[in-house]
Design a protein around this ligand. Sequence first.
Ligand code: AMP
Ligand code: MG
Length: 365
Amino acid sequence: MWSLSSRLVCQRALSLVGGTSTFPSFPMLAHQVLSIFFMLMLILPVAATADWYKQEQSIMGTRIAVEFWDEDTQHAAQCAEQVFSEMRRIDALMSPYKPNSELSRINQQAAGQAIQISEEMFSLLKKSLHMSQLSNGAFDITFSSVGHLYNYREGIKPSEQEIQQSLATINFRHVLLDEANRSVRFARPGVRVDLGGIAKGYAVDNGIAILARCGIKGGLVSAGGDSRILGDRGNRPWMMGVRHPRKKDAVAVMLPLSNTAISTSGDYERFFVEDGKRYHHIISPRTGKSVSTTWSATVIGPDATTTDVLSTTLFVLGPEKGLQLVESLAGIDAVIIDAQGQMHYSAGLMPPATEAADSGTEIRQ
Ligand code: AMP
Ligand code: MG
């Protein structure tokens, strides 16, 4: 039954973006290519998957989903609740919209003085600055110095003059970390930071760690466009579908994945259109405006903190520089869909030798 639906989705994926691909449209990870033996296993009858426990909640302004194999429903419910409460804890700490979050305290006070922060916050700020260095400033949490002037839900954007006035406050070098005192200070007034490009991936990693501690062997945690897979889906890979950026409910590409993380950043997540122009939530630190060269960037890697940061980074860098960065990093692959709808794959992704085997649930990234 669902082998048929899976095949239909694959064909739809081919017809939607296949014509414009730089590679054939059904890529697979080279390091995760299924052997012919494994492929045969996949099409043999498999055990019923009645005990996949699934829960969803709305936290961090996004849809959090957990799904895992657990024959004890009560135990499953307890573990899922631990994941959700961890997400709520991280939201309370890192939300820019909650005036009492640690992040808000930093934004309110760090321009005047160095302020001591939690180990957790320090480590995420440090990771963010590291990615800024690596991406030559494409990933920059101080994008928020201008970024906070946008309100996508209400269709509000800063004027050209406001952008120009605040643009100099976007620079990751304005964030000064002091390891010895575990403190942060901003080099000038007007600087703001926002962890929207890393916090969801971090929360997903913590969610997966909770499931692993619960003894779960196969499962998935996702927060909007950031997901991580623990093990596989009952001797099959999870089929992760990357949304078509311009066709609602359509899949651009399907990726069979196990034991890995995947993040997608897209210009369709939070946006409004005015005078035919799309204003969305991924901001070029160079211009203070929404990046217009990319529709979506998907990254596959070992953990969701890394894939989250990198998906936002690649979105800003675009296909050419983005894939150059990916090729310099071990264990990372990516698919970037540019603003013409063309798909660009990293070298580690390649088409399978045969038609992809039917397997797993289809998930939209
Ligand atoms: P993602 O959800 O991973 O697609 O990342 C998008 C989020 O990252 C936005 O909602 C912002 O909070 C944040 N963001 C936007 N532009 C940048 C940027 N240039 N560098 C770092 N974070 C950004
Ligand atoms: Mg991201």
